[in-house]
Ligand binder design. Structure first.
Ligand code: PAF
Length: 285
């Protein structure tokens, strides 16, 4: 059992902690989250521990990345459980700001990463990535991390963050963490808790479809259309899920590719009644 992390809610106190930590000659690794922590998040924190002297985690359900009618109000929240879990994995400080301090009433600046944010999930969630880019820019400015860790499950988010860090010259190194899966292959997500029992069974189809495409790829298939149709055929078996997209894209630009001649992202999204699941795999020739 490790020490409980220091809990900070005011922006000024978080800045003071970071300044003090850097003043002591220590580096900071940062893991931004929206809470409802699961093994996937904890793996990010463990990875962060290996990249810096101190680890900061934020818990903030960011309202600007949810569209009206999306699951902002029902997004799972359990602060006591989250902080207890963080104590087990070596987190030093947990930043839990209030929405009113992050977004004062006259707040009017947003960060938009052109191009990348209109593809994949951006088609059905047009303002989502601007909300993500804005909150992550704010958190970077408050926490001043040397390193920040993001999971590969949100591959589009990762591409957006890398681009914003590059374009805005943010002095932080981005570390990518692999997808963590349940024993039946379903990618871990806080939203899995919102699946009905029948939907949870069908959620296995996402990874199953990606594995089938991986198998075809390792047998030599390089045609993106064929790979996508292997995935689409398996997802089509679903009774409760509605396929939002199956795409094969360049990892950095997220532009569609026709043939896999360099590493690509095969990405899918499936909507269930109260949860929209995403998953992906990287195919490397
Ligand atoms: O991946 C998430 O949990 C969120 O999008 C993030 C990065 C914490 C921003 O709110």
């Amino acid at each position: 059992m490790k020490n409980h992390p220091v809990q900070i809610s005011a922006i000024r106190d978080m800045r003071d902690w970071s300044a003090r930590t850097h003043g002591e000659g220590c580096t900071i690794a940062f893991v931004p989250t929206m809470g409802a922590l699961h093994e996937g998040h904890l793996s990010l924190v463990r990875l962060a521990c290996g990249h810096a002297d101190r680890v900061a985690v934020s818990i903030f359900v960011n309202p600007t990345q949810f569209a009206p009618g999306e699951d902002y109000s029902t997004y799972p929240r359990d602060l006591d459980r989250d902080t207890a879990l963080l104590a087990e994995v070596g987190c030093n400080v947990v930043f839990i700001p209030s929405a009113s301090e992050i977004y004062p009433p006259d707040f009017s600046t947003n960060v938009t990463v052109g191009g990348l944010t209109e593809r994949l999930c951006g088609k059905s969630r047009p303002d989502h990535f601007s909300g993500v880019a804005t909150i992550v820019t704010k958190l970077f400015s408050i926490v001043s991390p040397d390193v920040a860790v993001f999971g590969m499950k949100d591959a589009q988010q990762l591409a957006v963050i890398k681009r914003l860090v590059r374009d805005l010259h943010v002095p932080v190194r981005i570390v990518e963490a692999p997808i963590v899966r349940e024993s039946d292959g379903v990618a871990m997500s806080s939203r899995n808790a919102n699946l009905t029992p029948d939907e949870r069974v069908e959620a296995k189809l996402l990874n199953k479809s990606l594995q089938a495409a991986r198998k075809a790829f390792s047998d030599g298939e390089r045609d993106a259309r064929q790979l996508k149709s292997i995935v689409g055929d398996i997802l089509a078996v679903s009774t409760f899920g509605r396929v939002d997209y199956v795409e094969c894209v360049d990892r950095e630009t997220l532009k569609n590719v026709d043939e896999v001649v360099k590493p690509v992202l095969l990405a899918i999204a499936v909507g269930f009644s109260r949860a929209r699941l995403i998953d992906n795999t990287v195919l490397k020739p």
